[in-house]
Design a protein around this ligand. Structure first.
Ligand code: RIB
Length: 303
């Protein structure tokens, strides 16, 4: 069994598919519009919730708005085996991500709304949820100061943290000493460490810095050598949320005592399955779906 706490954004994704990106002052037609629950925090929680077994405890902390989206977003989390009693409802609009799908990739404009109100200074009972947690998962769609307060608390309590600095902020380096796993994608990594060669950087943070490389997979150092875990080849339907699936699955495997290398391979398969369906959470696999894949390794013992 494992207990995982995810603190982060819970948003509604407004998704438009188009064959053309509008130029300045131009209107273009979209092909399809859809609305899906999203937010990097909720996506990572759902990735974990789908993989979880009844004995696992998955808790989300965050905030939704007092609008019609708020209750839909909470219900979606519940349906994915996530405990939401510590997700607040605040006098704000729920977080919104405006997503444009164009040529097999996505462009996102994010407006935090209620997610911007997450403030651990006002927490009381919320801190009790952290008792006996195996892992805390953080990203960057809530205020930086909230992440810092949570990271410091977890460090004091000896709780491991997986931190996905997405989208990157200049303040992220402040988190580096407090967290156990730091998982930027290559663009975020470049933004955070502009002067550094990737291999040197990975060797400076063995088993801590894991850089995701999109269709090329992921890379990390075990302190002796750099390991590249290639992605599994596919023609994606929608890559939105692939990074969240990867982070969620990586965290879930780590919390079950699986090594960093194998946890990354497990996460690679989860992300591979996730891009086969539409919507950030649409293709996130259950453990059953993982086990049905020909790429699933029997040595990943989740019984
Ligand atoms: O990582 C993908 C997510 O980021 C989307 O679901 C959207 O909510 C964005 O903020």
């Amino acid at each position: 069994m494992s207990k995982i706490i995810v603190i982060g954004s819970v948003s509604m994704d407004l998704v438009m598919e188009t064959d053309r990106i509008a130029l300045e002052g131009e209107t273009v037609f979209g092909n399809r519009f859809s609305m899906f629950p999203g937010g990097k925090g909720a996506n990572q929680a759902v990735a974990i919730g789908r993989l979880s077994q009844p004995e696992d405890e998955i808790i989300m902390l965050g905030a939704v708005g007092q609008d019609s989206f708020g209750s839909i977003l909470l219900e979606n989390l519940r349906e994915n085996h996530i405990f939401v009693d510590n997700v607040g409802t605040v006098p704000q609009f729920s977080g919104i991500a405006q997503i444009t799908l164009y040529q097999d990739d996505n462009r996102i404009i994010y407006c935090p709304g209620a997610n911007g109100e997450v403030n651990p200074d006002s927490w009381t009972d919320e801190w009790k949820a952290f008792e006996n947690a195996d892992l805390v998962v953080l990203q960057n769609e809530i205020p930086h100061q909230a992440n810092v307060a949570i990271a410091k608390f977890c460090k004091e309590q000896g709780i491991k943290i997986l931190y996905n600095p997405a989208p990157a902020r200049s303040t992220d380096m402040e988190m580096l000493d407090w967290v156990d796993y730091f998982t930027p994608n290559e663009h975020e990594c470049q933004e955070l460490f502009p002067e550094r060669e990737l291999e040197d950087l990975l060797n400076d943070y063995p088993e801590k810095l894991i850089v995701t490389l999109g269709t090329r997979g992921s890379i990390y150092s075990d302190g002796h050598q750099v390991h590249h875990i290639p992605a599994l080849k596919t023609q994606p339907v929608d890559t939105t949320g692939a990074g969240d699936t990867f982070n969620g699955a990586f965290g879930y495997a780590l919390s079950h005592g699986i090594s960093v290398f194998e946890a990354l391979r497990f996460a690679t398969l989860a992300a591979h399955l996730s891009v086969q369906k539409f919507g950030a959470q649409g293709g996130m696999p259950t453990m059953k779906e993982m086990k049905e894949s020909s790429y699933y390794e029997k040595t990943w013992d989740f019984e």
